[in-house]
Each structure stands twice: as structure tokens, then as C-alpha cells.
Design a protein around this ligand. Structure first.
Ligand code: G3H
Ligand code: 13P
Ligand code: NA
Ligand code: ZN
Length: 343
């Protein structure tokens, strides 16, 4: 069944485990994520980022997605997740990741998302509160949960020079929960988005510990979210590079650090980069193993985009020639079938 994030995170908070949350950029990925979670008998949290909705709405250059694209994409992925999720043996959440404004959140909610993130972390505190409250009002009236963000994620390298002020201030976190009534809060404590997190990143465990202590003092039980938590498996990066890729300085957060973070009060672990890396590896392997595909009328352009973007690992850069398949999950022929199996 489709549920909001709230009951899923309530359980994670109560029993002290971390709930994985995985980003998808195609209908086929949503299906795969649900199937894998069913295998492990765990609740599934699927995330479509704001721009992912634009891509799934058919915007070939996803960086230029319009509100109309996002509306189309949100409805498309929500319809698919409802179809797969309704018959699943596990609860399924469809969560908007990094909603940038009220309209993006509204598009997701109206399209059928059961949870949204409003990311006002780049705004001054009071403006972030105001924007988040507006989204909470619209969402909660419709049974949809909300994640907010406080603090700015940055590279560990940046922190050598930058003040610790970009980390989440525990007292402000409590004030934010109280003023906005969010169900979950993304915090900054040393993680970073993308594949260049730096070698041997040590997370600032004191931050979630302090936030949890301040929350407990006020009787607040909301979830704490760890963004930028991909582990960036070295073997996948190596395979990509062996297959002609050029991805340098790729390091993630170690599983040990994530485990530690969970024991310090983190409840939701966001992963996107690892999936993108895996899809990129799979695509390269496919074209390497079946060179005749490079000339295929339906998927040859995917190969040429892979070759032209050796340092990239965002499948949305490679998949636009297969937009119809990505959008509708329907395969045209054997070759598109082979590519979609990589996704
Ligand atoms: O956390 C951020 C996501 O990994 C970024 O996704 O490229 O769809 O905005 P996006
Ligand atoms: P990664 O880039 O580490 O996968 O982080 C994903 C994320 O935070 C999605 O919101
Ligand atoms: Na942010
Ligand atoms: Zn994130």
C-alpha cells in the first residue's frame, strides 16, 4: 500500500534503525526498487527529485524542466508507483526530493506523491520557516508528510576553511520543528551530494546526538535525514573507468560511518549517486558486450552519448534518445529492452 513517510519514520525512530530512501529517474527504476524491498521485506521509500519529475515528464534537457514538465512527470511516476505499490507486500512511500518551491511541491502532491521535501536550506532561517510552513499546510491537509532542511551540505574540504555554521544548529533545528511542524528534517553534519565527497569522510556525530537531545527535551519525535549518503563503491567506479569512463576522485561515505550516524539518531538515508553509478556501469557493460548495439537504430545514440560524456554518470544525460521508453516504461524492440534492463 502507498503511505506517507510519517509511519515509516516513526517506526525507524522508535526502533532506532535507518530507512533507506532511493532516488529514481524512470518508471522502470521505481518497479525495481519496490521489487528489491519486497525481497528484503522492508518498507520502500522511493524518491523523485524535483528535476527528476521534469525528466520523467518528458523534458529531454532535465536541467530546464518547467512546472508543466514536473506536473506531467509527477503524475506519471505516481500512477506507476500506485500501480506497483498497491499490490506490493510492503508499504511504499513516494517522496519528492529537494522540492525547490511551493509549486513544485504542489505539483508532486496533486500528482499523487505521498510525501514531499521542501528544501529552503539556502534561505535565511525565517524565510525557510515561512516557505516550509506553507508547504506543510497544503501537504498535511491532504495526508502528505513533509521533510524540511536546515543547514547547508558542503564538501568536507570546504569545512577546512568554512566556519561550522553550515552544519545544522541543534537549537535552531528544534525551533524549526516547532514552527513548521515538519515530519522530518534534513540536517548537515558532514555528508555531501555527489560522487566527490572526499577520502575517509568522518561525519560529525555530535550534531545528530545534540539535535536528538534537544528534541527529546522538547518532546519532539520527528525523523532526522541524512542526505548525500551514497557509499560510491570503488569497484563500480573502477568498472566504469575500465569500460572507458573517466570518473576521478570518487569517494563516498563508508557503511561504518552511516551505521554510526544511525546509532546517533539518523533515521533516513538518502541515496541517489550510487544508483546513477550502477546504471552507468550497466550501460557501458552492455555496449561493450554487444558491440552491434552501437549501430542499432533505436539505441545507438545512447552509446554515442556515453562516449561523449566519459566523466558523467547521470543516466539522464544518456537516456534522452529513449525518452518514450523511459517515460512510459514500454519497450519498442529487443535493443531498447536490453538498455532498459540496465536501468
Ligand atoms: O539530492 C539531490 C539529488 O541527488 C539531485 O537530483 O539532479 O534530480 O536534482 P537532481
Ligand atoms: P548522494 O548524492 O550521496 O546519493 O545523495 C543523494 C541525496 O541526498 C538525495 O536527496
Ligand atoms: Na540543501
Ligand atoms: Zn539530497
Amino acid at each position: 500500500s502507498l503511505v506517507s513517510l510519517k509511519p515509516i519514520l516513526d517506526a525507524a525512530v522508535q526502533y532506532g534503525y535507518g530507512q533507506g530512501a532511493f532516488n529514481v529517474n524512470a518508471v522502470a527504476q521505481a518497479k525495481a526498487v519496490i521489487e528489491v524491498h519486497e525481497m528484503f521485506r522492508a518498507p520502500a521509500v522511493l524518491q523523485g527529485a524535483d528535476l527528476a519529475n521534469g525528466f520523467m515528464g518528458g523534458c529531454v534537457d532535465f536541467t530546464k524542466a518547467t512546472l508543466e514538465d514536473k506536473k506531467r512527470g509527477a503524475k506519471r511516476i505516481a500512477d506507476a508507483v500506485r500501480k506497483y505499490g498497491e499490490n506490493a507486500s510492503i508499504p511504499v512511500v513516494l517522496h519528492l526530493d529537494h522540492g525547490r518551491d511551493f509549486d513544485s511541491c504542489k505539483a508532486a502532491i496533486d500528482g499523487g506523491y505521498t510525501s514531499v521535501m521542501i528544501d529552503g536550506s539556502s534561505l535565511p532561517f525565517e524565510e525557510n520557516v515561512e516557505l516550509t510552513r506553507e508547504v506543510v499546510k497544503y501537504a498535511h491537509e491532504r495526508g502528505v508528510s513533509v521533510e524540511g532542511e536546515l543547514g547547508v551540505l558542503a564538501g568536507v574540504e570546504d569545512h577546512v576553511f568554512a566556519a561550522d555554521s553550515t552544519y545544522t544548529n541543534p537549537l535552531k533545528a528544534v525551533e524549526f520543528f516547532k514552527k513548521t511542524q515538519v515530519d522530518a528534517l534534513a540536517i548537515s553534519y558532514g555528508t555531501m551530494h555527489g560522487a566527490s565527497k572526499g577520502k575517509n569522510v568522518k561525519l560529525r556525530r555530535q550534531i545528530p546526538i545534540a539535535i536528538r537531545e534537544c528534541m527529546a527535551h522538547e518532546g519532539i519525535t520527528g525523523g532526522l535525514v541524512s542526505h548525500g549518503s551514497s557509499t560510491v563503491p570503488a569497484y563500480i567506479v573502477k568498472e566504469i573507468n575500465t569500460l572507458g569512463g573517466d570518473i576521478q576522485n570518487a569517494y563516498g561515505i563508508s557503511i561504518e560511518e552511516l551505521r554510526e550516524a544511525i546509532s546517533c539518531g539518523i533515521n533516513k538515508i538518502n541515496v541517489d549517486t550510487d544508483i546513477r553509478l550502477a546504471v552507468t556501469r550497466n550501460l557501458k557493460e552492455l555496449f561493450c558486450g554487444r558491440p552491434q548495439l552501437r549501430e542499432s537504430a533505436s539505441v545507438g545514440d545512447v552509446y554515442r552519448l556515453l562516449e561523449a560524456n566519459k566523466d558523467k554518470f547521470d543516466p539522464r544525460v544518456f537516456l534522452p534518445p529513449l525518452m518514450d521508453t523511459v517515460m512510459f516504461g514500454e519497450v519498442k524492440d529487443e535493443d531498447t529492452q536490453a538498455v532498459m534492463e540496465c536501468v
